[in-house]
Design a binder for this molecule. Structure first.
Ligand code: ZN
Ligand code: ZN
Length: 158
């Protein structure tokens, strides 16, 4: 009864399906070189969620990589079709980073910031009303108050 939030998503083949039962904290587009390699495209869109809000079914493959921060990230793919679903970054305590475009309604979550735009492909023209950062952004400045509060409570800091 306590939680009615219900955001569904999954991979391309249907093996992996998930429900997120808490509103994502934040959504960002990253234009860094690593994300280009990871996606095989010009940028990635990721949403940050609380690690207890993901209810996932289906067989996953686990990978490991070193993130831009130099810290470890464990990444999870559908075992059958190989779609990258989410990552657990060592630096994102009690949060998971999920691929926004695997949501059933990803358009509800446009990027709230664009980061590492200094590595952005030159033919992508972001309009002035996009919130752009040359490198990393400060979550304390950009996250909605609601998300900061929720995350702090979850960490038990209050
Ligand atoms: Zn799949
Ligand atoms: Zn990146």
């Amino acid at each position: 009864m306590k939680n009615t939030y219900n955001l569904k998503g999954g991979c391309a083949c249907g093996e992996v399906k998930y429900t997120i039962n808490e509103k994502p904290l934040f959504t960002q587009a990253c234009h860094c070189k690593d994300c280009k390699i990871l996606t095989g495209s010009s940028f990635v869109i990721n949403s940050s969620i609380l690690d207890n809000s993901l209810d996932i079914k289906g067989e996953l493959l686990k990978g490991e990589l070193i993130a831009g921060s130099g810290k470890k990230a464990t990444v999870y793919f559908c075992k059958k079709c190989g779609v990258y679903i989410y990552a657990d970054y060592e630096t994102a305590v009690k949060r998971l980073t999920i691929r926004t475009k695997t949501f059933e309604n990803p358009d509800m979550f446009p990027p709230q910031v664009h980061i590492f735009t200094k590595e952005k492909d030159p033919w992508i023209n972001l309009s002035k009303d996009q919130n752009c950062y040359e490198e990393m952004y400060d979550p304390k400045k950009e996250w909605p108050e609601e998300s900061i509060k929720k995350y702090k409570e979850y960490l038990g800091k209050k």
